[in-house]
Design a protein around this ligand. Structure first.
Ligand code: IPE
Ligand code: IPE
Ligand code: MG
Length: 229
């Protein structure tokens, strides 16, 4: 069985999950956090080394303030309550995106979990917050310009990205049947396999991860070359 090194998830459909049940969208997000835990655990069991999740895009600021506040509240609580468990289980938590714009208590809990888990190596859990692919590329370009560079190599560009320490995703999964990237990992997705799952994100669990890995077995990744068989 081919086990991907890095799976990235675009967690979508929390709102629709709640709407179908006549519940507020925030309940969908809460269920989404539970699904996230199941997915991360399943990935660890399968031997995946990096899991990325798109948790809040730069465009998600266009949502109602109440929903945004609830989301950051949940993210703060998640990072606080997982701290001990993740430290024990060797999970390293990292973030991509401009976290300086997040509520202060969210920034504090992020800082703590990064610091406490930085030497772990069972799984790298990469949470993309106030992230977008275009913003990441811009950030890299501006950093390179301010260091006085006139031209850069591919390696130097990679080193200037938020994702500099991560391998490119082998698989990008999007839930809820939507087939778009919504500004996610635009640079890193060059050779990713795309898997679109109809299930809404709160319905994801270890069985969904099995299904994703099954689909991946039948993908022939050629990287521009010719298939061996
Ligand atoms: C994904 O679910 C979570 C975030 C984008 C924060 P949505 O909130 O986008 O759910 P839908 O797409 O409205 O169903
Ligand atoms: C993408 O989902 C962002 C995250 C999953 C955090 P959206 O629900 O924001 O994307 P669109 O608006 O449907 O493209
Ligand atoms: Mg959505």
């Amino acid at each position: 069985m081919k086990i991907p090194n890095h799976i990235a998830f675009i967690m979508d459909g929390n709102g629709r999950w709640a709407k179908k049940r006549g519940l507020p969208r925030t309940v969908g997000h809460k269920k989404g956090v539970e699904a996230l835990e199941k997915v991360v655990n399943a990935c660890i069991d399968k031997g995946v080394k990096v899991v990325s999740v798109y948790a809040f895009s730069t465009e998600n600021w266009n949502r109602p303030k109440l929903e945004i506040d609830a989301l950051f509240g949940m993210i703060t609580e998640f990072t606080r309550t997982k701290l001990k468990d993740y430290t024990v289980r060797g999970i390293k938590v990292v973030f991509m995106g401009d976290t300086t714009k997040l509520p202060q208590e969210c920034q504090n809990s992020i800082k703590t979990i990064i610091e406490k888990t930085k030497n772990n190596n069972t799984l790298t859990f990469n949470i993309c917050l106030n992230y977008s692919g275009r913003q990441e590329i811009l950030y890299a370009v501006n950093n390179l310009l301010s260091s006085g560079k006139q031209s850069v190599t591919e390696q130097e560009l990679k080193q200037a990205m938020f994702s500099k320490d991560l391998p490119d995703p082998d698989i990008i999964v999007r839930s809820s049947g939507e087939m778009r990237l919504s500004n996610f990992m635009l640079y890193e997705c060059a050779y990713s396999e795309f898997i679109f799952v109809d299930d809404l994100w709160p319905d994801f669990d270890s069985k969904t991860v099995d299904k994703i890995l099954d689909i991946y077995q039948n993908r022939d990744r050629r990287f521009g070359a010719i298939s061996e068989d």
